[in-house]
Ligand binder design. Structure first.
Ligand SMILES: [Zn+2]
Length: 123
């Protein structure tokens, strides 16, 4: 499943379905000149609810700068091809943050939340 959603409410629904059905979920989001992407592998990596316990609050700037979704989307395509074909290193358990204004790319390790309501033991 590739996340092309424009809101977290829908993303959380897709995340829950992907975890329940053990379907990989390639999450991405954009705001202004910022983007993020991670590949969620149910049973192995943190899920979206681990990463975002609630809806992230983003402020300021242009809501979406046209080129940013294209930049992040092509990274999603690359992740999808690698996932299906079984080569390369996925962004599994890692979030790639892109700041196109500063042209900085940062890779952050993600951790599962044991009390996650979707993939953990929380309720
Ligand atoms: Zn989780």
């Amino acid at each position: 499943m590739i996340d092309g959603m424009d809101n977290f409410a829908t993303r959380f629904i897709l995340n829950s379905a992907c975890v329940a059905e053990r379907i990989p979920f390639i999450h991405a989001g954009v705001h202004g000149l910022l983007g993020e992407i991670t590949t969620i592998i149910p049973g192995k990596t943190p899920c979206l609810a681990c990463i975002f316990p609630g809806v992230p609050q983003r402020q300021g700037g242009v809501p979406v700068f046209g080129v940013t979704p294209a930049l992040i989307a092509i990274l999603q395509v690359m992740e999808t091809i690698k996932l299906i074909a079984g080569f390369g290193n996925l962004l599994a358990g890692k979030m790639l943050y892109v700041d196109a204004e500063k042209m900085e790319f940062n890779l952050i390790d993600l951790t599962k939340r044991p009390d996650c309501k979707v993939c953990g033991h929380g309720e």
